[in-house]
Design a protein around this ligand. Structure first.
Ligand SMILES: *Cc1c(COP(=O)(O)O)cnc(C)c1O
Length: 357
């Protein structure tokens, strides 16, 4: 079991860029405090409407809707795209497979077809091979989903040149396409490619307001007007219709205006940490995969499981890592991590690793 903050003092928190305990900035708090609010379900919350306009423009989509979380964006999209028994083609590392409580099965009634590939990416040829030939016996291939950036795949960016053929092959087979943009803005900042270019051709795409963007909660899902109408039906049905969401939207607007460029700082601190631990003989790391704010490394020749190592590092220096898989650790940088924190944390990680010999 992963130790919780109440058990031990966390000084440097790399657990996630979402569950980090960074407080909203003063400017964001003021935006929240001063916002004029109305009723979201009736389309009468002004800040929510403004946020939706911003995201439609950003992602190049016709309509958008505010949801409480990125998980709900994924799962409502899949539930709209799929009929029970349909199949979702996505990376084996995909968030809906591992971290959404079995929702593709529970909420969409769909099966998943995990594709193996480097860095949580796959190719159009793999999609082409995975699409089922129509038959009464097989599930119906229905949707292809990608993550930008690939979370457990390594925090790596897809290029537009990689995404375009995937969208093309999906359309050729009559499949829907979905882009999980939990960290889309990290990819935008890391590559310089506009968000709308990454989202082009996708039937559904969303951004998380709470990861590196630093809002307390919220995510915005975008697509065609027809798609968003169907999402609204589920939003009401699943109890996601809200009231004075301006308090969330004000934080989101503030985040999009003020916190996008600063994602580059998170990328720099991630790089700094990665390069520093890469020197250690007990660290297996692919520095090519360190493209954004996520760093993955493997424990090499140590006596510990990843959970044991996470516990040791927390006890030794108050650094909280995510034990993401057997022998594999994840570090997420975010607004609460300075360059100094990254250096100190890397040294603490290396100190503990050095006791392995
Ligand atoms: C965090 C994350 C989600 C879920 O977002 P929440 O807002 O935490 O529900 C979905 N996909 C990916 C790739 C994520 O990293």
């Amino acid at each position: 079991m992963r130790p919780t903050p109440s058990e031990l003092e966390v000084k440097i928190d790399f657990l996630s860029d979402a569950v980090n305990r960074t407080q909203p900035s003063q400017g964001m708090r003021e935006a929240i405090a001063n916002v004029v609010v109305g009723d979201e379900q009736n389309g009468e919350d002004p800040a929510t409407n403004e946020l939706l306009e911003m995201v439609k423009e950003l992602l190049g989509k016709e309509e958008a809707v505010l949801l409480p979380s990125g998980t709900m964006c994924n799962e409502m999209s899949l539930a709209v795209h799929c009929r029970p028994g349909d199949e979702i083609i996505l990376a084996a590392t995909g968030h809906p497979i591992h971290f959404e409580g079995g929702a593709p099965a529970a909420m969409a009634g769909a099966m998943v077809r995990p594709l193996e590939g480097q860095y949580g990416k796959f190719t159009a040829a793999q999609v082409d091979d995975a699409v089922r030939s129509p038959s009464r016996l097989t599930p119906r291939s229905r949707v292809v989903a990608v993550e930008q950036t690939t979370n457990v795949g390594g925090g790596v960016c897809w290029s537009v040149d990689e995404l375009r053929p995937i969208v093309a092959v999906a359309k050729e087979h009559g499949l829907r396409t979905h882009l999980d943009g939990a960290r889309l803005m990290n990819a935008v900042v890391a590559t310089g490619t506009p968000a709308a270019e990454f989202c082009a051709g996708f039937d559904s795409a969303w951004i998380d307001l709470c990861k590196g963007l630093g809002a307390p909660l919220g995510a915005v899902l975008a697509g065609s007007a027809e798609f968003i109408d169907e999402v609204w039906r589920l939003k009401q049905r699943w109890g996601g219709g809200m009231r004075q969401t301006g308090f969330i939207a004000a934080a989101g607007i503030y985040a999009l205006r003020n916190n996008v460029e600063r994602l580059a700082d998170d990328h720099r601190t991630a790089r700094l940490f990665a390069e520093r631990i890469a020197q250690n003989e007990h660290v297996g790391i692919d520095l090519n995969a360190v493209q954004t704010n996520l760093v993955f490394f493997d424990l090499v020749d140590t006596p510990w499981t990843s959970d044991e190592f996470a516990a040791l590092v927390l006890r030794h220096g108050g650094v909280r890592l995510l034990a993401v898989a057997p022998g594999r650790m994840r570090v997420a940088t975010h607004p609460g991590i300075s360059a100094d924190d990254a250096r100190v944390a890397a040294d603490i990680v290396c100190d503990v690793l050095d006791t392995a010999t």
